[in-house]
Design a protein around this ligand. Structure first.
Ligand code: F1P
Length: 350
């Protein structure tokens, strides 16, 4: 099979896959799945590893911002190695949500086993294996199949699913409607930005940094992870304004800075990106609506032009980092479907 063909196909399949997931969610009996665990009564603690951990962060941000009740994300390994830090409050007050595309990641399964032994009920969110689902009576399995090692459509689909649940709890029908508009919107954008990103990825970089604030921070983190996994290039992620506090010393013409710009912080965040351009860097600006100064300054400008609440746009923000990582990897002669040293599932043997 041609290098990267599964990853590219899976990235481009997202409009269709999101549509199928939304149909599954519409048919799901959410009340019996999690109705008794309302976020106003329980702290939802989202747990995962790798991409699923960044998804956990984006889900926690959505629950906190939409529902107004605190929610958190922790890597599964923290529950195993620093349990007092990960679960400082009573078991009875938390509702863990264990996220794993495969359902077979050892650290997540170990957390599931610990919770089961302690009698803590949890929701398992997955696209695949039953090893995880067998440990919980509450499971959400999405119709997403991926052949690639790297997670793309599974990340965005599970994100949309968790945002859908957050919106249902918050009684925000217009948020659910905004999620429903994403498949058609992305289908319109991919033919425009897909070729642009392919051409852009002809350049080579020594370092890559993705920046984002608020709920866009986990999306910047996942974008950087995609570039690392798919192109074996070191990529970092920062809260946008933090980049001035030290990291900017890496700036040169061989550094790529990608900024996921929010509406509320647009002026401050775009100023950082333009400053990095002034220091010789190559810049990518991604926003719902871009100002002429940013369009003129950035080497690559991606405008989402979506309607609906900003928080409902997270899934679309990540697609460009997915594509960029894959295209950079292909340009380097790598196979983004099977990145160096990685496997689809991290299985730890005792
Ligand atoms: C989590 C994960 C992936 C990563 C890698 C190993 O998988 O860390 O994010 O790309 O290939 O596994 P999962 O628990 O969601 O299946």
């Amino acid at each position: 099979m041609e290098s990267g063909s599964s990853t590219l196909r899976e990235i481009h399949s997202q409009p269709e896959v999101w549509g199928q997931c939304l149909n599954t969610l519409d048919k799901l009996d959410l009340e019996s799945l999690v109705g008794d665990k309302a976020p106003r009564n329980y702290e939802w603690v989202f747990v995962g590893c790798g991409t699923s951990y960044y998804l956990a962060q984006a889900a926690a941000a959505t629950f906190t911002m939409l529902g107004g009740a605190p929610a958190r994300a922790v890597p599964a390994s923290e529950i195993l190695l620093a349990p007092k830090l990960a679960f400082p409050i009573k078991d009875a007050a938390i509702f863990p949500v264990l996220i794993s595309r495969s359902g077979h990641t050892s650290e997540v399964l170990q957390v599931a086993e610990i919770l089961r032994q302690r009698g803590v009920e949890f929701l398992a969110v997955t696209c695949d294996g039953n090893e995880l689902t067998e440990l919980s009576t509450r499971t959400l399995k999405l119709p997403v199949t991926e052949a690639s090692t790297v997670m793309t459509s599974s990340f965005t689909s599970m994100l949309i699913a968790l945002q859908y649940i957050a919106a249902r709890f918050a009684g925000q029908d217009e948020f659910v409607e905004a999620l429903r508009s994403l498949p058609a919107a992305l289908a319109g954008m991919l033919p425009i930005y897909g070729p642009t990103i392919e051409e852009f990825a002809e350049r080579s970089f020594d370092d890559v940094a993705f920046l984002g604030q608020g709920a866009l921070y986990p999306i910047a983190s996942e974008s950087a992870l995609k570039v690392m996994e798919s192109s074996s290039c070191y990529a970092q992620f920062f809260h946008t304004l933090e980049f001035r506090h030290g990291p900017m010393s890496i700036m040169s013409e061989k550094v790529l800075v990608g900024a996921l710009l929010s509406e509320a912080g647009y002026a401050e965040e775009s100023a950082v990106l333009m400053e990095m351009k002034g220091l010789g860097g190559c810049t990518v600006a991604i926003a719902n609506q871009l100002s002429p100064e940013v369009i003129n300054s950035a080497d690559l400008a991606i405008e989402l032009a979506l309607t609906g609440p900003e928080l409902a746009r997270l899934a679309v923000y990540v697609v460009w980092g997915q594509l960029l990582g894959c295209r950079l990897g292909l340009r380097k002669g790598l196979d983004p479907d099977s990145p160096r040293h990685l496997s689809r599932v991290v299985t730890l043997v005792d």
